[in-house]
Write a protein that binds this ligand. Sequence first.
Ligand SMILES: C[S@@+](CC[C@H](N)C(=O)[O-])C[C@H]1O[C@@H](n2cnc3c(N)ncnc32)[C@H](O)[C@@H]1O
Length: 266
Amino acid sequence: MSGFDKDWLALREPADRHARAQPLLDGLCRHLVEKTETPSLLDIGCGTGSTYRTLSALVPPATRWQLLDYDPLLLEEAARRIGSVEGVTLHRHDLNDLQSLPLEGVTFVTASALFDLCSATFCNRVVDRLAEQRTGLYAALNYDGVMEWSHAHPLDGQVVASFNRHQRLDKGFGPALGPDASDHLRLSLESSGYRVKVAASPWVLGAEKHDLQVELLRGMENPVTEIGLVSQSDLEDWMAFRLAAITRQDSSCVVGHTDLLAIRRR
Ligand SMILES: C[S@@+](CC[C@H](N)C(=O)[O-])C[C@H]1O[C@@H](n2cnc3c(N)ncnc32)[C@H](O)[C@@H]1O
C-alpha cells in the first residue's frame, strides 16, 4: 500500500479519528458556532474524505464543505463513500496551484496527514493565502518523528532515523518538512497574525491494531532501503523481529503526530 492508497487511508482512518486532539476539535467547533452563521470548510488533500467523516458530525449542520485532492481515484472513492450530500462538493485540484485555490468565503481550511509532506516554502505560501482571506487552519495528524515499540530492538534508532530522513525528501511540494511541519507552520502562522494551538495526537496502536501495525512496517521498508544507512540483512532481521511480535499479539507501538489550530487575530 502506498501513502495515498485508498486501502491504507481506510486502515488508518479509525486510528486517526481516535488520535485527533479533542481540545483542538472543540476549539474549531466553538469558533464555527460562535463566529459564523454558515461555516464553509475547504479540506485540502482530502483523500477519500476522512476529515469530512470525522468533522461533519461535530460542526454545525449547515456547514458547507469543499473537498479537494489531485488524485481522481481518491476523489472517486470519496464520492462513493460520502454519496450525494447537500453542501458537499468535490474538486480535482493540484495544490501546487495555490493561487486558484477556492478560498473565497472559506472560514477554515482543514487538512489531515498533509503538511508533513510539504516544504517550508509551500507552507509559507499557504499561510500567505490564508492570511489574505483571514481564513483559519485546522491541520491535523502531522507526523512528528517519534516511533516507539513496546519491545525495543537495537536497530530501532537507525531505522526510525532513516525513515525520518526519507520523510524530508520531496513529496511533490519541494523538500518536505516531515517531522518539523507543525513547528514550522506554527511560527509562520504566528508571524502572520494568527493565534495558534498545537497539541499531540499520537497513534497508540495495541495488539488489536494488528493490520495497521503490519502495514505501517511494510510502508517503512522501501524508504529505509532507499536511504541506505541500514543494510538489507539488518533491515530484514528487524522486520522479522517486529512482524513476529505483532503475530504473537505481543507488540504495541506509538507513532507521534501533532494537530494544529490557527485562528486569525482581530
Ligand atoms: C496521506 S494522504 C491524507 C489523505 C486524507 N487527508 C486523510 O487523512 O485520509 C495525503 C493526501 O494528499 C493528497 N495530495 C498530495 N499531493 C497533492 C497535491 N499536489 N495536490 C492535491 N492533493 C495532493 C494525496 O492525493 C492524498 O490524498
